[in-house]
Write a protein that binds this ligand. Sequence first.
Ligand code: HEC
Length: 196
Amino acid sequence: MTEETKHSMDSAHEEHLHEAHDFDGITELNNPAPNWIVLVFLVTIGFSLLYAVHYFGYPDNGKDQISEYNAKVVAFEKEKKEKQLAANPAAALSREEVLASGAKLYIEKGCIACHGAQGEGNNIGPNLTDNFWLHGCKPEELVLVITEGVPEKGMTPYKSMMTQEQISNLSSYILEKLVGSNPSNAKQPQGLECAQ
Ligand code: HEC
């Protein structure tokens, strides 16, 4: 086959592909891409849409970069806190956590039985909500009376039932939450008024 015949065959083949427009003899062929390439192209577009919606996408799906970053920060803070807690249990608790732990212990360790559900006192134990104290109002004085108790007067020693940290949380709870809370059925004051 000569170059000549090959060229004329190509022209015949291309004839029906010619677009209608003609600019100064420059014509265009309508030569579509093979189906498999079109298919790959469409699949790619479809995938990109799904990808964009999933990763940048609909609000709060937790997959976008900002959510990922926030989740990492939260995880990091948590890990940091756990490490701190392992190293020094008391320092890692926030004030609210200390007081919440105290409130829980107040119920769990049975203080309610002798000091009332609100710390109002009853015919066994004194009122813990007023500012009058038999054994002092300083945090370390409360810690001491809870740790050693007053066995001859009926106050249980708690040193074998709680850690020092728990006793300290409980004392903070009494001083910061119970004192001044004015429950309606409060027992009359006993001891000396707190000088602080
Ligand atoms: C079995 C009864 C009983 C239980 C249970 C009990 N207490 Fe007491 N508590 C007393 C009595 C009675 C006193 C008064 C002691 C005295 O007269 O010296 C007292 C005194 C105290 C005081 C000193 C009050 C002051 O005026 O100085 C504190 C603080 C206290 N208790 C906290 C607690 C806590 C916290 C718990 C729970 C972990 C608890 N108590 C459980 C009976 C009890």
